[in-house]
Unconditional design. Structure first.
Length: 595
C-alpha cells in the first residue's frame, strides 16, 4: 500500500489525519460527481509519517466542501490514468470505470441487459469509453489502507456543526464503504441541513403524488369490499413464488380444512425486475383492501405508504431464523436503513420468531414492541426433522447427483455483498482460490458445492478442469441440500439456524469480517456467537476443511439455546393465534403491535 491511515480525529472544525506514505504520495479527497480533489494541509512529517489537516469551514475557495461523499484516495498521474496503465498495473480501475459507466446508462438499457444476464462486467463498453472514464476520474482507493482498529471505529467520528441560531447545520461523517470489487475505502460525507419543525412532512414530488393516489384508491376499495373476517392474503413483492414459511402456513390451513372457513388468496410478483405498471400495483392494493388477514415475508414496500387499516391484521412471517448481519432498524444510520416515520415494518400487527429469545432482536429489527412478536417457531421447519422426509429428499438428490454419496459434501452458502437485491454480488476472485479448494477436495475425497444467495446474479466461474469437484447448485433448494451436506460453510447468513437442527458442523468463512461489520453492520459479532469454527483467511479455511478441525468445536450451549427452534407445530401456532384468536401456550401474545 502507498498510504496507511493510522488515525483520524476532530479538533473543533479541523479534521486531523495521521498516515504513513511512500515518498511522493499524499492523501487527498475526491468527489466523483464534482470531479474535484481536496488536499489535506500538511502539518508535519517525520520519516514516512505525515500529520495533515482539513478545515471543514474552509476546504478551498473560502467555503466548506460541497455536499456529498468525498473519497479518501491517492491522485493518479496523467500517465497512470489510462486504460493501458490500468491493464498492466491496476485492473480494478477498469472494473470501477465499467461500473460508473453502467450507472450512467439509462435505466431501460440496464433492464434489457439484465434480462439477458449481462452485467456491467460484460456490457459492450468500448476501450475508448473506458480509457476516457479512467482519465476523467484519476483517483485510486486500493493504494490506501487503514489501521483495523480505526476502521471499526469510524462511525464514532461523525460531527454536527450548527450555525445561524441552530436553524442550519453541517454534518460531517467518516463512513466506511466498499466498491464494486468489495474493496474497503472511507469517505467524508458532508450534508447541509435546515431545521424541520415537522419531520413527518415530506416535500411534494411526483412520487409523493403517486403514493397519495394509491392511498386514495385503497380507501375506495375498502368501501367497495367490506370486511367479512374470513379473507386471507399471502402477499410477496420480491419473488414469483411463496416463501417456505408462507407455503407451510397455507398448506397447513388446507390440511386442517380451514380453506372452507377462510377464503385464501395469493399474490406473488417481483417488483424489482422489469417495468412495474400502475395496474399491477392497483391489483395488489385491491387484494389488500379485500383481506382481513395479510401474511408477508421479507420487505414489502407497498406498506411504506399504505396502512391496511385497523380491521386488517398484517403479519410478517420473516424467513430468517437468526444471523449476524443487521437488517431493518438494526441498520439505523447505515446505508439501507428504513425511514423512522414511514416504513412498512412499523405497520406489523404481528411478526413470527423462532423462539422467545429472539424477541429482543427482532423488536429492534422491525421497530415494534416485543409483545407483537409471536414465538411460534418457523413454519417451514415443521417437518424438517421427520426422518422419512429427510431420507426421501436425500434419495432424490443422490439419484440426480450420484457423486453425493461418493465422498464428503461441503455446501458453501454465503450471504451477498452490496446494499440489497439490485446491487448484490459476491467477490469470488477476491475471497476464493478455486485451485486450492479443488486440490483440498482431491486430497480429501470431497465435493465443494456452491449454493449462492438468490440475490446474486453472477454465478461462480469454475474452470472446466475443476468441475468434477467444484459444483454450482445454486438453483437447488438449500433446505434440501442440508440433508446431503456433511458440513455447511457460511458467513453472516442465518442459514446455519436451520442446519444446526441436524446436529452437523458449521464453518464460518469471513475474510472481510472487520469491513463487513463496519459497512453493513452486525447485531451480534461472529467471534462472540458463531456456533462453529471461524476462518478469516483462505489458507486457514482450506486447513480447517482438510483436517476437519470443525469436528473438534462444540458450540457454546447459550448460543445454541438462542438458535434452536421450537419443535414443530409452528404453522398450527400461527394459525391458532392469528386466525382463530386462541391463546396458545408459549406464544405469549400480549397485545397487538400497533398501540
Amino acid at each position: 500500500m502507498s498510504i496507511i491511515v493510522e488515525d483520524i480525529s476532530w479538533n473543533r472544525v479541523f479534521l486531523n489525519v495521521r498516515y504513513r506514505a511512500t515518498e511522493g504520495e499524499t492523501l487527498k479527497l475526491y468527489r466523483i460527481r464534482q470531479e474535484a480533489f481536496i488536499e489535506f494541509r500538511e502539518q508535519g512529517r517525520e520519516g514516512d509519517v505525515v500529520w495533515a489537516q482539513l478545515n471543514l469551514a474552509d476546504a478551498g475557495h473560502r467555503e466548506p466542501p460541497e455536499a456529498g461523499e468525498w473519497i479518501f484516495c491517492c491522485q493518479l498521474s496523467e500517465r497512470e490514468a489510462t486504460l493501458a496503465w490500468a491493464t498492466a498495473h491496476a485492473p480494478y480501475l477498469i472494473r470501477l470505470a465499467r461500473k460508473r459507466l453502467w450507472n450512467e446508462l439509462p435505466k431501460r438499457k440496464q433492464r434489457r441487459a439484465r434480462e439477458v444476464e449481462i452485467t456491467f462486467d460484460d456490457y459492450s463498453f468500448t476501450d475508448a469509453e473506458i480509457d476516457a472514464e479512467i482519465a476523467r476520474h484519476p483517483f485510486a482507493t486500493h493504494d490506501v489502507a487503514y489501521d483495523p482498529a480505526l476502521f471499526g471505529d469510524l462511525q464514532s467520528l461523525s460531527r454536527v456543526f450548527r450555525y445561524f441560531g441552530g436553524r442550519y447545520a453541517v454534518a460531517a461523517s467518516i463512513l466506511p464503504r466498499t466498491d464494486a470489487t468489495d474493496f474497503p475505502f472511507v469517505v467524508l460525507a458532508v450534508d447541509f441541513f435546515i431545521k424541520n419543525y415537522h419531520p413527518r412532512i415530506r416535500r411534494v414530488s411526483r412520487v409523493f403524488f403517486e403514493k397519495q393516489c394509491f392511498i386514495a384508491f385503497h380507501k375506495v376499495m375498502r368501501l367497495l369490499f367490506p370486511k367479512h373476517g374470513n379473507r386471507v392474503l399471502f402477499l410477496k413483492t420480491n419473488g414469483d413464488e411463496p416463501t417456505d414459511n408462507m407455503a407451510a402456513i397455507r398448506d397447513r390451513m388446507i390440511e386442517r380444512g380451514l380453506d372452507g372457513q377462510f377464503k385464501i388468496a395469493e399474490r406473488y410478483r417481483n417488483t424489482l425486475e422489469g417495468h412495474q405498471n400502475v395496474f399491477s400495483w392497483c391489483r395488489d392494493i385491491i387484494q389488500i383492501a379485500k383481506s382481513d388477514y395479510v401474511f408477508i415475508d421479507d420487505y414489502c414496500p407497498v406498506f411504506n405508504f399504505l396502512d391496511p387499516g385497523d380491521k386488517a391484521v398484517l403479519t410478517q412471517v420473516w424467513h430468517a431464523g437468526v444471523g449476524f448481519k443487521s437488517v431493518g432498524y438494526a441498520r439505523f444510520g447505515i446505508t439501507g436503513s428504513p425511514d423512522p416515520y414511514q416504513s412498512g415494518h412499523r405497520r406489523y400487527d404481528y411478526a413470527l420468531v423462532g423462539n422467545e429469545h429472539l424477541r429482543e432482536i427482532y423488536s429492534e429489527v422491525f421497530g415494534i414492541e416485543p409483545e407483537a412478536l409471536l414465538a411460534t417457531g418457523m413454519p417451514r421447519l415443521d417437518h424438517f426433522l421427520e426422518e422419512d422426509r429427510g431420507r426421501a429428499i436425500r434419495a432424490e438428490l443422490v439419484e440426480r447427483f450420484p457423486w453425493m454419496e461418493k465422498g464428503r459434501v461441503i455446501v458453501f452458502a454465503p450471504t451477498f455483498r452490496g446494499t440489497g437485491q439490485r446491487t448484490a454480488f459476491y467477490p469470488y476472485g477476491t475471497y476464493l482460490d478455486m485451485k486450492a479448494l479443488y486440490e483440498m477436495c482431491e486430497r480429501t475425497n470431497s465435493y465443494f458445492v456452491f449454493e449462492m444467495h438468490h440475490f446474486i446474479e453472477e454465478r461462480p466461474v469454475i474452470p472446466e478442469k475443476y468441475r468434477d469437484r467444484l459444483i454450482d447448485l445454486s438453483d437447488e433448494n438449500l433446505n434440501h441440500l442440508y440433508f446431503v451436506a456433511d458440513v455447511l460453510v457460511t458467513d453472516y447468513s442465518s442459514c446455519f439456524y436451520d442446519y444446526l437442527l441436524l446436529e452437523k458442523p458449521v464453518v464460518f468463512y469471513v475474510p472481510d469480517k472487520d469491513v463487513y461489520q463496519a459497512t453493513r453492520g452486525v447485531q451480534r459479532t461472529v467471534d462472540e456467537l458463531a456456533p462453529g469454527v471461524v476462518c478469516e483467511t483462505m489458507d486457514d479455511f482450506v486447513r480447517v476443511l482438510e483436517t476437519e478441525a470443525y469436528a473438534e468445536v462444540e458450540p457454546d450451549p447459550s448460543v445454541l439455546d438462542r438458535c434452536l427452534e421450537r419443535s414443530g407445530l409452528a404453522s398450527d401456532r400461527a394459525i391458532d393465534t392469528i386466525l382463530l384468536g386462541r391463546d396458545v401456550p408459549g406464544v405469549k401474545m400480549a397485545s397487538k403491535g400497533r398501540g
